[in-house]
Design a protein around this ligand. Structure first.
Ligand code: ES4
Ligand code: ZN
Length: 326
């Protein structure tokens, strides 16, 4: 069979996925209409034409605009269910989903509305298909640590539903050290910890994620490769990197897919995985990310298998779920 067919057939995990980044333009217009809110673009095509980014911030500006039409529990349910149906069809058996509570509470949408809708879809997918999941709330790093603490307070009634905490949004100028105290509080509550690091930010930010945030994995991590000691430390700790090939291309973290460092990461002994990040904005879901690597790099069958295995091993699923999927 072709490598593409093989990659499509493999059972896969998604460990780096922002649920608000799965908002397809068609669904965005439908929900905007039923909520009677206006979008800045007149048509689906006009919106899609705006999806040309030169850096992370270009994208984030549109991402926050898009999510602003989400008002009700049913909106969060519909968004999440559309994503889960899509990746179920791609043989994704386990998902770890980020949501950005502050992107919604700042607009007056209660934490409870968000998490109830997202979780109901995840539970339905589990019932229907045996899909397993973890739910990760992410702090917006362009906001203050106080705002993150406030969000943690709002999350407390729902801690049974929250598996981990992440750190996302505009990286440069907002190093992990800014959030050292709130992540210490999260660790004390028994939450698992991850952070975006080394997407646009320097190796120093990845060091801070390790040493100050004490991450259990790293989201992206591309720029860690600039520092040999850092590579050695990530390998020593066996930290998983949740790498996002199409995201890296769209946000110009790499200039061309042929230059994507994911195979280098594997050769250096790093536990790289393939993920889609914000698939509605970056031109593809899980299988598209594998296909891009297959078509544009010299990736082997062995490496594809390694990436999928790293996804199972690096996931936060329970040992029982791991048994089930192996
Ligand atoms: C994100 Cl690609 C990426 N990087 C940082 N923060 C994000 N939030 C949503 N997608
Ligand atoms: Zn991300």
């Amino acid at each position: 069979a072709s490598l593409v067919a093989l990659s499509q057939a493999m059972p896969k995990t998604e460990l780096h996925l922002h649920i608000e980044g799965t908002f397809e333009p068609e669904q965005m217009f439908a929900i905007a209409q039923r909520n009677q809110v206006a979008l800045k673009y007149d048509t689906v095509d006009a919106l899609k034409e705006a999806y040309q980014f030169t850096n992370l911030q270009d994208f984030l500006d549109l991402y926050y605009q898009g999510m602003s039409v989400l008002l009700h529990e049913a909106d969060f349910y519909d968004l999440t269910m559309a994503y889960l149906e899509k990746v179920h069809s791609e043989n994704v058996v386990h998902v770890e989903i980020f949501f950005d509570p502050q992107g919604h509470t700042e607009r007056g949408i209660p934490f409870e509305v968000q998490i109830t809708g997202i979780r109901r879809a995840l539970e339905d997918a589990k019932q229907r298909w045996g899909m397993t999941y973890q739910l990760i709330m992410s702090f917006l790093r362009h906001l203050s640590e106080d705002s993150a603490f406030q969000t943690l307070e709002e999350a407390k009634p729902f801690l049974n539903w929250i598996d981990g905490v992440g750190l996302d949004s505009s990286e440069v100028g907002h190093p992990p050290e800014k959030f050292a105290n709130v992540f210490a509080a999260c660790r004390d509550l028994g939450l698992k910890i991850t952070a975006h690091a080394g997407e646009e930010g320097p190796p120093e930010y990845v060091w801070q994620a390790l040493d100050l945030i004490k991450v259990q994995r790293i989201d992206h991590g591309n720029r860690a490769l600039e520092d040999d000691d850092l590579v050695a430390e990530i390998a020593k700790q066996q930290l998983t990197l949740t790498v996002c090939p199409l995201s890296n291309l769209k946000l110009c973290v790499v200039n061309d897919m042929t230059e994507h460092p994911i195979r280098t990461m594997l050769k250096l002994g790093l536990k790289a995985t393939v993920n889609s990040d914000d698939p509605a904005y970056f031109g593809g879901y899980m299988n598209d990310n594998y296909q891009a690597l297959i078509e544009r790099t010299q990736i082997s069958k062995q490496e594809l298998y390694q990436l999928a295995c790293n996804g199972i091993e690096g996931s936060w699923m329970s040992p029982t779920d791991k048994q089930k999927h192996l």
